[in-house]
Design a protein. Structure first.
Length: 181
């Protein structure tokens, strides 16, 4: 079945009816808010209709809609990340995270230990970029390597940290990484 002739609206309605609810549930995974997820899905259907009404088959609609919804959710999250950061809330969260549960058990100690356990080159690159706020080019010149090598070492360091820390602690580290770079 394809969107052709006068059956375009009928086919589109069938695609909408078949996929709307599952796309909303999919979008909620990204937005964590049903109302926002519904807005994203509706916007995705509007874009879908505008872009593909004359040349897309119903069979190909579902994967495209999922991709559109995912991309739109990611775009909204990126835009929101910088527009809704409240300094007081962030400060309260940091105080919570860095209060030790027991003696010698603070989150900062845990994160720093994970950094110290990285391979030497990964550790050097991560510290230079994240904590010393150096540019890739500066680090590459200091280490006598290419900028691509610095990027590779940073990616490797982040991968090793993700594997070595639990999800909450890695997300905490990424928070610092994002705000320090």
């Amino acid at each position: 079945m394809t969107f052709v002739g006068e059956n375009k609206e009928k086919a589109f309605t069938a695609v909408f009816d078949k996929n709307y609810e599952t796309l909303c549930l999919y979008a909620v995974r990204f937005t964590e808010d049903l109302v926002e997820a519904e807005d994203v899905v509706q916007e995705a259907f509007v874009r879908f209709w505008e872009m593909y009404r004359d040349r897309l088959t119903v069979e190909n609609a579902r994967p495209l809609l999922y991709r559109m919804v995912r991309n739109m959710c990611v775009d909204r999250a990126r835009a929101k990340r910088w527009s809704t950061v409240d300094a007081e809330v962030m400060a309260d969260q940091l105080v919570y995270y860095f209060q030790p549960e027991s003696e010698g058990d603070s989150k900062i100690d845990l994160l720093m230990e994970a950094v110290r356990n990285l391979p030497e080159k990964c550790q050097q690159v991560l510290i230079a970029i994240c904590f010393n706020e150096k540019k890739y080019k500066e680090v590459a010149e200091e280490m006598s390597v290419s900028v691509n090598t610095v990027k590779t070492q940073l990616a490797r360091a982040l991968k090793l940290l993700r594997e070595g820390l639990n999800k909450e602690d890695f997300e905490l580290f990424l928070t610092f990484f994002i705000f320090s770079c």
